[in-house]
Design a protein around this ligand. Structure first.
Ligand SMILES: CC(C)(COP(=O)(O)OP(=O)(O)OC[C@H]1O[C@@H](n2cnc3c(N)ncnc32)[C@H](O)[C@@H]1OP(=O)(O)O)[C@@H](O)C(=O)NCCC(=O)NCCS
Length: 329
């Protein structure tokens, strides 16, 4: 039987928009910098310009990832983009990205799994590289959440930011790098917990839906909290077991940047040192599908994650969806 090729991450990149929006900048809602920092760990987030679409941010992150992987646009065979804030319903953000980058040979499509979008996209890219022979696979997580937040809803608007993160996958027969394990899950029927109610075929856009602010994120944060801690712990434990090591042997855990307290609770339950959890939520807030790849890129570029390190990435979000990936970087 043919052995499936060993696929690793050849390079990473990320991009966040220039505009910094601090906790002090929220106007017209009853909140404070102190409340937001204590309850979420967030100090500031980035918001894209009005003329800056998701694909524009994705281009910047992708260029950086391709440069660090030493891959030219014409060498990219496949582009997978995780996003819930696409440029258009169609064409896909991946197609916009393909055109902007000049990846003329690449197949391109989007994946919709909310905050688990990058974990899903990376798993799809990995599987297609292994099973279908796509050689250079560009995987991106990107969101322009500022376009779907209700700035009058203090329970949700403070949480989210914009950005993009990317990784290039390719066969890496030499060296330690290899994606080792992926596990993806979903539990539909929870749109009351997190959803964007209008604009799709369930609730067509009308003047009324706009007046009722149904084109914005609706979440029940408290309900997400428990789910997020439980799934983060479950996924890390499963990944460690599948790789055949105790959790303490994972060099770095890269969790979805959802809330510092959620990450702290999970670290405590896992008996895992918080210093080895990659955390950058204070600067970017929750960027949904972009959160894990931005954190991965920052961990790599800062030298926290080195070649051969065992890394576990874990995320959860609307759907509900959740998933984890273990890899040797
Ligand atoms: C949203 C979240 C920060 C709220 O924190 P929490 O500790 O659960 O706070 P609660 O929802 O219990 O609210 C506590 C009080 O603070 C108030 N409050 C909520 N947002 C506030 C804000 N921005 N500023 C000040 N007070 C706020 C609430 O109204 C509530 O007041 P009450 O006690 O008078 O009813 C937290 O639940 C969370 O991070 N959840 C997950 C985030 C998420 O869903 N992400 C998207 C999916 S990945």
């Amino acid at each position: 039987m043919n052995q499936l090729p060993k696929i690793g991450i050849a390079g990473t990149g990320s991009y966040v928009p220039e505009r910094v929006f601090t906790n002090h900048d929220f106007k017209g809602i009853e909140t404070s910098d102190e409340w937001i920092r204590e309850r979420t760990g967030i100090r500031e987030r980035r918001y894209a310009r009005a003329d800056e679409a998701s694909s524009h941010m994705a281009v910047e992150a992708a260029k950086r990832a391709m440069e660090s992987a030493g891959v030219a646009p014409e060498e990219i065979d496949l582009i997978v983009v995780g996003t819930v804030t696409p440029d258009n319903a169609f064409p896909s953000t991946a197609c916009h990205l393909q055109h902007a980058l000049g990846c003329a040979r690449a197949a391109a499509f989007d994946v919709s799994a909310a905050c688990t979008g990058f974990i899903y996209s990376l798993s799809v890219g990995w599987s297609m590289a292994r099973a279908m022979g796509y050689r250079n696979v560009l995987v991106v997580g990107v969101e322009k959440l500022s376009s779907i937040i209700n700035m009058e809803d203090r329970t949700s608007c403070i949480l989210f930011g914009d950005g993009a993160g990317a990784a290039v996958l390719r066969p890496m027969p030499e060296g330690p790098s290899e994606i080792l394990f992926s596990s993806l899950h979903s539990m539909g029927g929870h749109e009351d917990v997190m959803s964007l109610p209008a604009g799709g075929t369930r609730m067509l856009p009308t003047h009324e839906t706009i007046d009722q602010k149904k084109h914005f994120i609706h979440i029940k944060g408290r309900e997400v909290f428990k789910f997020a801690v439980t799934k983060m712990v479950e996924m890390v434990e499963l990944a460690a077991a599948k790789v055949g090591v105790p959790v303490s042997k994972i060099s770095t855990i890269i969790p979805h940047q959802v809330n510092l307290r959620i990450i702290e609770y999970a670290a405590e339950k896992l008996n895992y040192p918080l210093e080895r959890m990659m955390i950058n939520i204070e600067r970017y807030g929750n960027t949904s599908a972009a959160s894990v790849p931005i954190a991965l890129d920052e961990a790599v570029k800062s030298g926290r994650v080195k070649r051969g390190d065992l890394v576990v990435m874990v995320a959860f979000g609307a759907g509900l969806t959740w998933g984890g990936i273990a890899l040797k970087y």
